[in-house]
Design a protein around this ligand. Structure first.
Ligand SMILES: O=c1ccc(O)c[nH]1
Ligand SMILES: [Fe+2]
Length: 350
């Protein structure tokens, strides 16, 4: 439901405080013409109320010729910042950047983070920002899960629908998202509450069944009939099913890039305030639907790029595919999700 300007400023003050913004710091508000002006204003006001030095960086939008739809997560790689050295310098000078235009996980973003600058992405609708306002408990839960994921050498995902998907882990880092950028060089996304890593190259194998009700982003559709993905040595080699499978095949083939079939980040949702049903209550252009990526107990699968963690796959096509009712096991013993229920960490408060 509608969120007042006053509540939006108060929420930004809460999240910037959790992000350790102090009066001795500088905060850059990164925007473009398509940013939500209410979010830009609330971020400006909240940072000033915390005593920080605030400035804005506005970049002209970039429209890659092959990009379709309005969801910024669909097309990764070049961003409005690409090649803009002066803006890059202005952003690297900040202690914290509130990104209201979506830098995505671009090489430029990684360069900024390397300087110690923190980045907080905030592009979802204000009512989603309000419903999933970050808490220290969110961080505790995600960091507890990170402890097992970052030492895991193997992940196995199974489901009653027929998934049996394994991969080796360890060559790539674990990324946590708990909703605030509180440590130097950290990128985070408000709203969130999940974690992920990437399979070691050529190690992902098996079958994934996208079952009825599972979600396809950026299509923002609930699957109405199952799709079966065959994965061999880190790449999808077959996509079978009915219309939904045909649609996914056609969309991925459009990019004419074999790297679109590579496996990208894999992890699970830990946000009890995110809801599987939320996507159905929003228009497709409202936002990127973080409820789908973060809802408690999902298996978040994705395809395409791995450049932000030093991989070589720079394909622009990125699918995020959260599955329900999966069992996720690490190293054949630690079950983190059992048939869609989070079992580790085992304490969850609403
Ligand atoms: O927060 C996000 C959003 C999109 C994505 O692909 C990863 N994390
Ligand atoms: Fe993703």
């Amino acid at each position: 439901m509608p969120v007042s300007d006053n509540q939006l400023v108060e929420m930004f003050e809460h999240v910037l405080t959790l992000s350790n913004v102090t009066p001795s710091e500088s905060v850059a508000i990164l925007k473009s013409h398509y940013s939500n002006p209410r979010i830009v204003d609330a971020a400006f006001n909240a940072a000033q109320r915390l005593g920080a030095k605030v400035y804005g960086v506005e970049l002209p939008a970039l429209n890659p010729p092959k990009a379709m739809g309005n969801d910024m997560t669909a097309y990764c790689g070049d961003t409005p910042l690409t090649g803009n050295k002066a803006a890059q310098t202005a952003l690297e000078a900040a202690d914290l950047i509130v990104d209201t235009m979506m830098l995505l996980h671009s090489p430029e973003q990684e360069q900024i983070l390397k300087t110690g600058t923190r980045i907080l992405l905030a592009v979802e609708p204000p009512e989603v920002l309000a419903r999933i306002l970050p808490t220290l408990e969110d961080k505790r839960r995600v960091v507890a899960a990170e402890k097992v994921l970052k030492t895991a050498k193997k992940m196995r995902v199974t489901s009653a629908a027929g998934s049996d998907f394994t991969m080796s882990l360890g060559d790539y880092p674990t990324v946590t998202e708990y909703g605030f950028a509180d440590e130097p060089g950290r990128w985070d996304h408000w709203p969130s509450g999940f974690l992920f890593s990437w399979p070691n190259e050529e190690s992902a194998n098996g079958k994934l069944v996208i079952d009825i009700g599972d979600i396809l982003l950026p299509f923002k559709t609930y699957c109405r009939e199952s799709i079966t993905l065959t994965i061999k040595d880190g790449f999808i080699t077959d996509i079978t099913g009915g219309f939904e499978a045909e649609y996914l095949r056609d969309y991925m083939a459009y990019f004419k890039d074999p790297e679109v079939y590579g496996i990208s980040h894999v992890g699970w949702g830990l946000q009890p305030r995110a809801q599987w049903t939320a996507m159905g209550l929003h228009d497709k252009n409202d936002g990127m639907c973080m409820d789908a990526r973060a809802f408690n107990g999902n298996f978040l699968f994705s395809t395409g790029p791995n450049t932000e963690v030093g991989g070589t796959r720079k394909t622009p096509c990125h699918m995020d595919i959260p599955l329900r009712n999966c069992t996720i096991t690490l190293d054949d013993e630690v079950v983190v999700v059992n048939a869609g229920e989070v079992v580790f960490p085992n304490t969850l408060s609403e």
